[in-house]
Design a protein around this ligand. Structure first.
Ligand code: A3P
Length: 296
């Protein structure tokens, strides 16, 4: 069993104006000079947008829906999180990526401008998953409570304000979704919405498979959709993060696979908060082409 240094929540530290958990900043110089390979695939998201879901979908696509292969290791081993710096002696995401044989699938929460330039020089593909801000705000609230690797964002009211001002790890949701949207036509980036995955999972799996140039039979698509349903992933120890010790992810505070729905914000936002949110949202997203659904 791994002996880990006592987990003390980190602070936020700015990198090019973007708040990150301070340990991730320690490897910033190495991240900048990271050498990508042309067959690297990035899965990029703002936190809580459906990262783990896409990691499972893509691993299933790569393995032709072979369940045994996809149960070979937990999500965070199969698809390492490049900017993660966990407590010692767990190796950093960067080390894990560097030690991984190709073809590599790599997770990042970086806003577009922080992604190591080498990925674009090597013309790597990236799948970006975006989720509506109201549900992300709620999901992030519970996640920060249970994840001791993140700085606290306070009470529900404090978290609400911190999220809207972008004073949370990985910064402003608004800048994140817009930055990747603007980049998507300049690089090989597939932009997917969480709400679309919820609406029609098979349709979206087909989109991802096509983007990855994998020609999958209908029965394989069906199997992937079944295996990546919320209920299946909630019960899958290789996807639900229960392999992490409770002093890192305390799932008695909130399970990682919490609700997996669209519109849970309605159970949390007060009428006044919803008005404040809509005002800020209208200002930040004004006139833009990017449209989100907050209910299905
Ligand atoms: P909730 O907290 O709203 O339940 P990430 O992987 O980016 O951290 O995102 C986690 C969110 O995605 C959680 O949202 C989690 O429940 C949800 N999620 C994970 N797998 C899912 C699936 N197969 N179907 C629907 N939602 C899923």
């Amino acid at each position: 069993e791994l002996k880990v240094e006592a987990v003390k929540r980190p602070d936020l530290q700015l990198v090019q104006g973007v708040p990150l958990p301070s340990p991730s900043c320690e490897t910033w110089d190495q991240l900048c000079s990271f050498q990508a390979r042309p067959d690297d695939l990035l899965i990029a998201t703002y936190p809580k947008a459906g990262t783990t879901w896409m990691q499972e979908i893509i691993d299933m696509i790569h393995n032709n829906a072979n369940l045994e292969k996809c149960r070979r290791a937990p999500t965070y081993v199969r698809v390492p999180f490049i900017e993660l710096v966990p407590p010692k002696p767990i190796p950093s995401g960067l080390t894990q990526v560097q030690e991984m044989p190709s073809p590599r699938t790599i997770k990042t929460h970086f806003p577009f401008q922080l992604v190591p330039k080498s990925f674009w020089e090597q013309k790597c593909k990236a799948v970006y998953v975006a989720r509506n801000a109201k549900d992300v705000l709620v999901s992030y609230y519970y996640f920060i409570k249970m994840n001791h690797g993140l700085p606290t964002s306070g009470t529900w009211e404090e978290h609400f304000d911190a999220f809207l001002t972008g004073n949370v790890a990985w910064g402003s949701w608004f800048d994140h979704v817009k930055g990747w949207w603007e980049a998507k036509d300049k690089h090989q980036i597939l932009y997917i919405f969480f709400e679309d995955l919820k609406e029609d999972l098979k349709r979206e799996i087909k989109k991802v498979a096509e983007f990855l140039e994998k020609d999958l039979k209908e029965e394989v698509i069906n199997k992937i959709a079944l295996h990546t349903s919320f209920d299946m992933m909630k019960d899958n120890p290789m996807a639900n993060y229960t392999t992490l010790p409770s002093f890192i992810f305390d799932q008695s505070v909130s399970p990682f696979m919490r609700k997996g729905s669209v519109g849970d914000w309605k159970n949390h936002f007060t009428v006044a908060q919803n008005e404040t949110f809509d005002e800020v949202y209208a200002l930040k997203m004004a006139g833009g082409p990017l449209k989100f659904r907050t209910e299905l």
